[in-house]
Design a protein around this ligand. Structure first.
Ligand code: ATP
Length: 355
């Protein structure tokens, strides 16, 4: 029986360099990734995503802390002894070998019998839908086809864990979208645990069972995409995942007092003092200025997106907001620049971030 978690990092720190040149690439990171999960590490450039992946693969050792695979401590196990494979951004295919030879390469290295390699290669070619290109050299393939070969090669030895380091970033937008669906399908069909690294929040939200949001060597929040979007733990997460409006407020007697003196009853208990309210653009409504509990705003400009429009607003204290409005059938519905409007929202749509 396998353990509940496919891979776990426990209190992992990784320091590169020494003295004044030391970089804390990972700072006390703990994460437990479930069997068969599509888990994404999401964060801006330099936050430590690749370092964590390299520690899981065994290409680097932690400065402190441990890595567990299937409940076993593998911190000191060399990479070639770990049932883990990695797909890199660059694919790292062998250009002089055919598609089939590339896919069978890992099994050949493991000394598997010829018949088994042939059968497994056929299976993998079918899985990534490249049967027709089996004998072609990989140098003669498109970017998307090369990506499929890289995936098939990594999946062929049936790793327990597949690590994917920004594997789609070299593809154009249309192909990237197509491969996102393809990766999700491969993960469902094989049941293998995927740990995927990206700095693209949309990619993370659409593909993952759970996401770990990273910043400056720390994991700030772990959860399913919807939970992270709806309840970001702090300003960084709220800002990094989707668009968010931030409104300064004061908590007084269970109410949030907003710019202009509007007082909103809050759900939940919050200590008195300054806070920031985070509200998604789709939760703002425009009302007339006399509307009860409406913030008073002036329309700066609107950006039309076909199905909806982003209305940029400014409050009296210069706080800038964006409201996302659905367009009607004629594409009309946004107010004119300079218009004075009220801005309203349901208290339940507000996330209170303590300053
Ligand atoms: P990106 O999305 O740009 O690849 P990342 O989130 O994957 O970024 P890492 O590559 O893990 O970030 O790097 C984390 C930090 O550690 C960065 O400040 C980086 O410069 C530093 N770092 C990574 N590898 C080394 C190394 N071998 N020697 C020194 N510093 C390193």
């Amino acid at each position: 029986m396998s353990a509940e978690f496919a891979i776990e990092a426990r209190e992992v720190c990784k320091v590169f360099g020494q003295g004044e040149h030391a970089v804390n690439a990972l700072d006390d990171v703990s994460v437990a990734i479930r069997q068969g999960e599509f888990f994404t590490l999401l964060g801006p450039s330099g936050c430590g995503k690749t370092t964590l992946l390299r520690l899981i693969a065994g290409f680097e050792s932690p400065t402190s802390g441990s890595i567990f695979l299937d409940g076993q401590d593998i911190t000191d196990l060399p990479p070639n002894k770990r049932p883990v494979n990695t797909v890199f951004q660059s694919y790292a295919l062998f250009p002089h070998l055919s598609v089939a030879e590339n896919i069978g390469f890992g099994l050949q290295m493991l000394g598997r019998p010829k018949a088994e390699i042939a059968a497994r290669t056929e299976e993998m070619l079918a899985l990534v839908k490249l049967e027709a290109l089996a004998v072609r050299k990989t140098a003669q393939l498109s970017g998307g086809q090369q990506q499929r070969v890289a995936l098939a090669r990594a999946l062929a030895p049936r790793p327990k864990l597949l690590l994917l380091d920004e594997p789609l970033s070299a593809l154009d937008l249309k192909l990237r979208k197509e491969m996102q669906g393809e990766l999700k399908r491969l993960q469902c069909e094989t049941g293998i645990t995927f740990v995927f690294v990206t700095h693209d929040q949309e990619e993370a939200l659409t593909m993952s069972d759970r996401v770990g949001v990273m910043s400056s060597g720390k994991i700030l929040q772990i959860g399913p995409p919807r939970a992270i979007y709806a309840h970001p733990v702090n300003r960084f997460v709220a800002d990094f995942i989707g668009e968010t409006n931030f409104i300064p407020a004061q908590i007084v007697d269970g109410h949030a007092v907003l710019p202009g003196g509007v007082s909103l009853p809050m759900t939940g208990t919050h200590p008195a003092g300054p806070v920031t309210l985070a509200i998604r653009p789709e939760h703002l409504r425009l009302t007339d200025r006399e509307g009860e509990r409406a913030l008073l705003a002036t329309v700066s400009h609107s950006v039309y997106f076909g199905t909806d429009s982003h209305v940029h607003l400014r409050l009296a204290d210069n706080t800038e907001l964006i409201a996302r409005l659905q367009m009607d059938a004629e594409g009309a519905g946004g107010p004119d620049p300079g218009a004075a409007v009220g801005v309203a929202f349901a208290p339940g749509a507000v996330q209170v971030l303590e300053d």
